[in-house]
Ligand binder design. Structure first.
Ligand SMILES: *Cc1c(COP(=O)(O)O)cnc(C)c1O
Length: 381
């Protein structure tokens, strides 16, 4: 096994050394001035990254925890919610809502399709729902949905828009307040360049006023909002992760969100162009929107699972497999967060080498050259 490891998955993602260093600092007590300074700054930075003036509530949990919090805080037993589902994470929304006894109205697409705001508007006109549960970047397929239009369709019928932005926040534009999105959930381990373990949720005033009666305790928004108002967390937060997140958000904001969005567009282009130059077929859309993860069909005769095992065991390179019905058929290269074009080049070179070892017919040497060319192009040419 190769000793150097390369992590190219769409979560968790590589973490910058400054963030790791902040997390290695001695533990501070969570109810004292040492932590308070970090907590206060981190919460303010989160509002900037979420592009909202509303509170962003911070929980120690994986991203799914704040997805669950959205259902538990917004809904009442038996209420109808509309789930727009075009992949594994849309299905997760449906599973959570069903677990809480909501009536789930699925607006379902084939995995890999892009949901349409018109379809949503017609569905809501047929059957009203209290909330629409959306996935911004459907990480299982590489599709980034047009959340702005989808949220507008929800808003027209008075339904709350709830967006899973776990793999998109900090990578592609999401204007929470300007687009009138009611609830946005995110996690630390994707474009926010922090290890797994923290999750966040922003809540608009309309969503706040429309909270339901489903049971909740740890994830009760009210309890956490009251505590955050005095920077005295409701429960013991993962203090080291908060220290890390604070540094990571500082890096992101110093560089500027717009610069980060542009870099992700160029990384996506580089990855797609490299894949095509090798002679492989994209599963994710071939457009600038797909800036989070590139999903690729395994070539004929190659099982994607076998390719990934070999990449990991022989070359120390970790890519992501297909999920659900796409298992074995596709593989995914994540390019969010602390990523640059050399990471793309490494991923492409490793895929090319390994496919050759497996006897696939690939064009050698073209991918990396093409990736660098694509990366050099200005975004707004
Ligand atoms: C990673 C991811 C999740 C799941 O987050 P966890 O932190 O594993 O709970 C949910 N939705 C999307 C779109 C994701 O990419």
């Amino acid at each position: 096994m190769s000793s150097k490891r390369y992590l190219f998955t769409p979560g968790p993602t590589p973490v910058p050394p400054q963030v790791l260093a902040a997390m290695a600092e001695p533990i501070v007590h969570h109810r004292g001035p040492d932590f308070r300074v970090v907590y206060e700054r981190c919460l303010a930075r989160l509002q900037e990254v979420f592009r909202t003036r509303a509170d962003v509530l911070l929980f120690t949990s994986s991203g799914t925890g704040t997805m669950e919090s959205a259902v538990a805080n917004l809904c009442s037993p038996g209420e109808r919610v509309c789930v727009v589902s075009a992949g594994a994470f849309g299905e997760r929304w449906a599973s959570i809502a069903e677990a809480y006894g909501c009536e789930v109205d699925r607006l379902a697409y084939e995995w890999g399709e892009s949901p349409s705001a018109d379809d949503l508007a017609s569905r809501l006109a047929e059957r009203e729902s209290r909330a629409v549960l959306l996935t911004h970047s459907e990480t299982s397929t590489g599709v980034v949905a047009d959340v702005r239009s989808l949220a507008a369709s929800a808003q027209e019928t008075g339904a709350l828009s709830v967006v899973d932005a776990i793999s998109s926040l900090g990578a592609v534009p999401l204007e929470t307040d300007d687009w009138g999105v009611d609830v946005v959930v995110a996690g630390s381990q994707k474009a926010l360049m922090t290890p797994p373990g923290l999750a966040m949720v922003s809540v608009s005033q309309a969503a706040w006023d429309a909270r339901g009666t489903l049971p909740r305790f740890y994830f009760d928004w009210e309890r956490t909002r009251k505590a955050q108002a005095v920077f005295d967390a409701a429960f013991t937060p993962a203090v080291s992760l908060v220290a890390g997140l604070d540094v990571a958000l500082g890096i992101l904001l110093e560089q500027g969100l717009d610069a980060a969005f542009e870099r992700h567009v160029r990384l996506g282009r580089a990855c797609r162009e490299g894949i095509k130059a090798m002679g492989l077929e994209l599963f994710s859309p071939d457009d600038d929107g797909a800036a989070v993860v590139t999903a690729v069909h395994a070539p004929d005769g190659v099982d994607a699972g076998e390719l990934l095992l070999r990449l990991r065991d022989r070359h120390g390179v970790t890519l992501a497999p297909g999920q659900g019905p796409l298992k074995g058929k596709i593989f995914r290269i994540g390019h969010i967060g602390w990523f640059d074009v050399f990471d793309i080049a490494t991923a492409l070179a490793a895929v090319e080498l390994t496919l050759m070892e497996l006897g696939a017919d690939v064009e050698r040497g073209a991918a990396v050259t093409r990736a660098f060319e694509a990366y050099e192009q200005p975004v707004h040419a």
